[in-house]
Write a protein that binds this ligand. Sequence first.
Ligand code: KG4
Ligand code: ZN
Length: 343
Amino acid sequence: FARPLILAIESSCDETAASIIDGNGTILSDVVASQIDFHARFGGVVPEIASRKHIEAICGVCDECLDAASRSLGAPQLHWRDLDAIAVTYAPGLVGALVVGVAFAKGAAWGADKPLIAVNHLEGHLYANRIARSDIKPPMVVSLVSGGHTMLVHVRDWGDYETLGSTIDDAVGEAFDKVAKALGLGYPGGPIISKLAAQGNPKAIDFPRALMHSGDLRFSLSGLKTAVTTYIQKEQQAGREPNMPDIAASFTAAVVDVQVAKAKTALLETGAKEFCLGGGVAANPELRAAYERMCKKIGVRLTMPPLSACGDQAAMIAEVARDRFAQGKFADLSLDVQAHAPL
Ligand code: KG4
Ligand code: ZN
């Protein structure tokens, strides 16, 4: 392997994750402990529970990360002292969740006398595409769609970002989760709605495509959720059983149409020839298929990280840290978390 060997920690939401990357960008280990089962019964991520679960998991996740990296190198057991730096997500996210990762990373860096690297979680999602395709080169447009974010980013260069547009209310994943909750389907909503939508007719119900023709790259999703619940109420009042697959498929179509239209505008406006995805919603099969058609039509190369790399993990944080290490950009032990931070 090549130096530097960097261990990255991610704890901004409901995944406790650690990953070790080497100087060539080879991911030696990528460990994710999901807390989803603990949050599901509450219909969403409960911040207090997230913090506590991170505390319980973080030692084991880092141990497993060191073990797995040793195994993939076929080398004797790796220890903290064998690393060259420790990286951590410091923003944006749930404050109490971020604090666990940052405090742990600081302690590890201090204890092993290694430099500390601070990484912005959103930048991590951008870099997940560089892991998926190592020859990817800016300029590119990235669609970041998760439970907390909905944005189109123009990556002019690594480290040089312009947010072209974002949501003015709910995030896309949040809309999937809220609609699933309204339909009584459970949490997280995305995968459940995807499954239902596969059996439904996307043209059955004409749900609103908010801001589709607004001429800018802002998104709005709260009205769509209301439209779905209103539709169900009307059907029930009329004595009809709402057709869940049709609702799921038509809701998805409304989301996808707007996402694709705005992404296309962003690509044409910036002239970028690379389009990339990030965030849990990027796992949506209809969205992926629609992006494939659109990119083919306008001659843009599409990079879609594998589903596991779309959601939260620490490999993407490690990939950012590799650049920071090369640039000599380190944090000190006064590093603090931030709930909100721009790219
Ligand atoms: O990136 P992520 O794992 O966590 C953060 O929110 O940061 O994204 C989770 C979100 C949830 O809202 C979930 O419902 C959504 O991604 N999601 C999906 C799908 N799989 C997960 N949304 C639509 N279709 C899917 N197949
Ligand atoms: Zn994320």
